[in-house]
Design a protein around this ligand. Structure first.
Ligand SMILES: NC(=O)c1ccc[n+]([C@@H]2O[C@H](COP(=O)([O-])OP(=O)(O)OC[C@H]3O[C@@H](n4cnc5c(N)ncnc54)[C@H](O)[C@@H]3O)[C@@H](O)[C@H]2O)c1
Length: 266
């Protein structure tokens, strides 16, 4: 069997981008690291190759339709097919809604929503011609419930969820699936490292994991990557139009007003 080809936008990102590329490679995919930053794409590609995986760099600006179309055409010409697309390129914003500017609004919507749409549109033509494929869009727990300052980010990712459902419905006849993965609060490897990490950041993260997660260990980018790799694969061939949350239980947990003692079974 030929190796599946997976395109990861924002794949040059050191956090989730890397975690997704690594998990896809570990699950047997040839990874196309597609990023607006050519150096970041090359760096991640070289790292994957040094680890014995196969990867190709690609430069694209997801907000620019012609840049996306050109990059996808080059990938198709070079690699022959595209089995999965992961829309991970995204930007955040921590600003109360009353202070949000037109520029903030356009930047977030353009990268987080329009970017995913242009990429899905271009890649789905390749997938339809080859008989199917899988699109995984990276959301966030902020699409499920949010906090002060994250309103616009939350709205952009909720729009991405609606877009994903629409893509699942419109592309089903072409055997193209589309799903969303919602990462929770991720921990970067450098923050977890007891030697180099900032102890204050580590303590804050540990306190969050203790109080706001059901599973109290840190969520690593590759944990999200493994969920993405599953949805990208044929093992998920009947799964489309859904959302998969990788948040160690944060979104399932309500505040408990009882004293913080463990429930004792009778
Ligand atoms: N980091 C987290 O804790 C977290 C949690 C939940 C969801 N997410 C989501 O995961 C995704 C990745 O987040 P991250 O924190 O790893 O990001 P990051 O900033 O580390 O990396 C994002 C990458 O996207 C690339 N990029 C930005 N704009 C682009 C464009 N127009 N075209 C192509 N590439 C572009 C950047 O060059 C960068 O390499 C985002 O969609 C984000 O909303 C992140």
């Amino acid at each position: 069997m030929t190796q599946p080809i997976s395109v990861v936008t924002g794949g040059g990102g050191p956090q989730l981008g890397w975690g997704i590329c690594l998990a896809l490679a570990e699950h047997g995919n040839h990874v196309v690291v597609a990023d607006a930053d050519p150096e970041a794409a090359s760096r991640a590609t070289s790292l994957l190759r040094e680890m014995g995986f196969s990867a190709t760099p690609s430069t694209l600006d997801v907000t620019d339709l012609s840049s996306v179309q050109e990059a996808i055409k080059q990938i198709e010409t070079r690699l022959g097919r595209i089995d999965s697309l992961v829309n991970s390129a995204g930007i955040g914003l921590d600003k109360p809604i009353q202070l949000v500017t037109s520029l903030d609004f356009d930047r977030l919507m353009h990268v987080n929503v329009r970017g995913a749409m242009w990429c899905a549109s271009a890649v789905s033509r390749v997938m339809a011609a080859q008989g199917g494929g899988s699109i995984v869009n990276i959301g966030t727990v902020h699409a499920l419930g949010t906090a002060t300052g994250y309103g616009l980010y939350s709205a952009s990712k909720s729009a991405l969820v609606s877009l994903s459902r629409a893509l699942a419905v419109e592309l089903g006849d072409d055997r193209i699936r589309c799903n969303v993965v919602h990462p929770g609060a991720l921990r970067r490897e450098q923050d977890l490292d007891p030697e180099s990490g900032d102890p204050e950041v580590r303590e804050r993260h540990a306190a969050f994991a203790q109080v706001r997660q059901v599973i109290h260990s840190p969520i690593r980018p590759v944990d999200v990557g493994n969920a993405v790799a599953f949805l990208a694969s044929d093992a998920a061939r009947m799964i489309t139009g859904t959302e998969l949350t990788v948040d160690a239980g944060t979104s399932a947990l309500l505040h408990d007003l009882r004293p913080a003692t463990k429930h004792q079974p009778r």
